[in-house]
Ligand binder design. Structure first.
Ligand SMILES: Cc1cc2nc3c(=O)[nH]c(=O)nc-3n(C[C@H](O)[C@H](O)[C@H](O)COP(=O)(O)OP(=O)(O)OC[C@H]3O[C@@H](n4cnc5c(N)ncnc54)[C@H](O)[C@@H]3O)c2cc1C
Length: 456
């Protein structure tokens, strides 16, 4: 079914206003400061270390403290705090989360092994006996052991090879067990942790840290979306088939403007019909947001995206967001180069429409396999004509290694003043990696390359 899209003409885009954002450097600085404070907690309680057993136990205490800290950082990164999301970018936060997850599992396992070994050496017993006595003698340690098992299972399911084999929903469901793991592990820190047993201020601060992150999760992942769903009702206005495998969905609502979405951002879309109500998938805005109209354009790759074709006008929509930092706010230079690969055109098409600039300031390089795969081409050309923007189409098959995409020579030839421009990049992983490397080789400073990945 294809429904005529509502007219987008004659409606002014929402004005972009500066909004709070935490830069990646500040976020990393805060994380590092927290890690130092946690290390100080151990240092402050440790007067001397004597013998192998003591060294091992202290290494176990330290790795345990770091693991307990890392796990709350992981949750905070995924709490969808707007200032963090806008400043760092949703895809970078997801990458940090994935990397931090590996550290957390590694530190937790190291903590367990070192503590058992250290206690065994000190008590002149073997590690099996020591393990049994810790598990049977301390109920909190037993719970923590179950929690560790869950954490390791979540870690294994997130390893690249396993992730590729799992459906997104299955992986996501397994991932939710992290919350149970943290709840199970929490109490053993106070019941048996040498740094907490006799240090009430440390216990209070540690609890405050966990509670603050729990409050952030509750607020931004549950209450804010619920509030927005009630306060800013939205419905499907219409759909348009763009080409053989892509569809645009128009969503309307009287108070969309109050969400203050920006070009380059995305929402998690939940369409409330029988097939789709259970899933919330991320799709970028493919046109500059209007006070009462949003649009996404979706490549039909799987069950969710294909089902969008059958959306009936009037279907209620819960849109969680806006998220993402690929916006005008990242811009440092007057001239901007937008580089899109495939369906990665969506956020860049919106930016092409709305980034402030004079004729000649904005250039779009759009890479696709064939001319038929070029999405929203007529709109792009109309925008280019209206704004004096430049467009270059580059055709060719995509290669898994990302090679054969955009070479340094090609980039410099198409955009001679490349190094003095901001570059916004969105497309398949391999294409983005290869293009980013080519841009850096061509002399574009890393801080002027802004990118968003479609894979979390
Ligand atoms: C920030 C962001 C913006 C995106 N913008 C667009 C866009 O504008 N247009 C477009 O066509 N695609 C976009 N995508 C990709 C799109 O979300 C997936 O292709 C889509 O969710 C696939 O769902 P499916 O059920 O059709 O396919 P499936 O075959 O079920 O999933 C294919 C892959 O999509 C990813 N995926 C599936 N469900 C989710 C989910 N709920 N959350 C996160 N990832 C998921 C997984 O990596 C999965 O392996 C974007 C992705 C991200 C992360």
């Amino acid at each position: 079914m294809s429904v005529a899209a509502p007219s987008r003409a004659a409606i002014a885009p929402v004005a972009g206003q500066p909004r709070a954002r935490v830069s990646p450097e500040l976020a990393l600085g805060l994380i590092a400061a927290g890690a130092l404070a946690v290390t100080y907690l151990w240092w402050n309680d440790t007067f001397a270390v004597h013998g192998l057993g003591d060294w091992l136990t202290n290494a176990g205490r330290l790795t345990g403290l770091w693991a307990g800290y890392a796990v709350v950082v992981l949750l905070a990164l995924m709490a969808r705090v707007p200032a963090l999301d806008r400043g760092v970018g949703a895809d970078r936060l997801a990458r940090w989360h994935a990397m931090g997850g590996r550290y957390t599992v590694g530190l937790s396992v190291a903590h367990t092994l070192l503590i058992i070994w250290g206690y065994a050496v000190t008590a002149h017993t073997n590690v099996l006996h020591q393990t049994a006595s810790l598990i049977t003698g301390y109920p909190d340690v037993l719970m923590a052991t179950v929690g560790l098992g869950l954490l390791v299972a979540v870690g294994v399911s997130s390893a690249r090879a396993a992730r590729r084999r799992l459906r997104y929903e299955t992986w996501h469901f397994i991932h939710l067990y992290t919350y149970l793991a943290i709840a199970l592990v929490f109490s053993h820190q106070f019941a048996t942790g040498a740094d907490f047993i006799s240090n009430a201020p440390a216990r209070w601060l540690w609890s405050a840290l966990y509670l603050a992150v729990a409050a952030l999760l509750l607020w931004y992942r549950l209450l804010t979306p619920l509030y927005n769903a009630i306060k800013f009702p939205m419905r499907v206005a219409g759909i348009t088939r763009e080409n053989a495998d892509s569809v645009s969905v128009y969503v309307t609502g009287p108070s969309i403007g109050r969400l203050r979405a920006e070009s380059g951002q995305f929402f998690r879309w939940r369409f409330l019909n029988r097939e789709l109500w259970w899933a919330a998938n991320p799709y970028s805005l493919s046109a500059a947001p209007r006070p009462d109209l949003l649009r996404i354009t979706v490549k039909m790759t799987g069950a969710h995206s294909r089902a969008l074709l059958d959306l009936a006008p009037g279907t209620r929509v819960l849109a969680e967001g806006p998220y993402g930092g690929l916006t005008q706010a990242r811009r440092r230079r007057r001239k901007v180069l937008l580089i899109a690969g495939g369906v990665g055109i969506t956020p860049l098409r919106a930016l092409f429409e709305s980034l402030p600039g004079r004729p000649g300031d904005i250039t779009l390089l759009y890479r696709a396999r064939t001319p038929e795969d070029l999405l929203l081409r007529a709109e792009i050309e109309a925008i280019a004509q209206r704004r004096g923007g430049r467009v270059h189409y580059l055709m060719g098959p995509s290669r898994p290694d990302g090679q054969g995409h955009l070479s340094v020579g090609q980039l410099s030839q198409l955009v001679p003043d490349l190094t003095s421009q901001d570059v916004y990049l969105c497309g398949p992983e391999a294409m983005m990696a290869a293009t980013r490397a080519a841009l850096i080789e061509a002399g574009v400073p890393r801080r002027h390359i802004h990118h968003e990945s479609f894979s979390f």
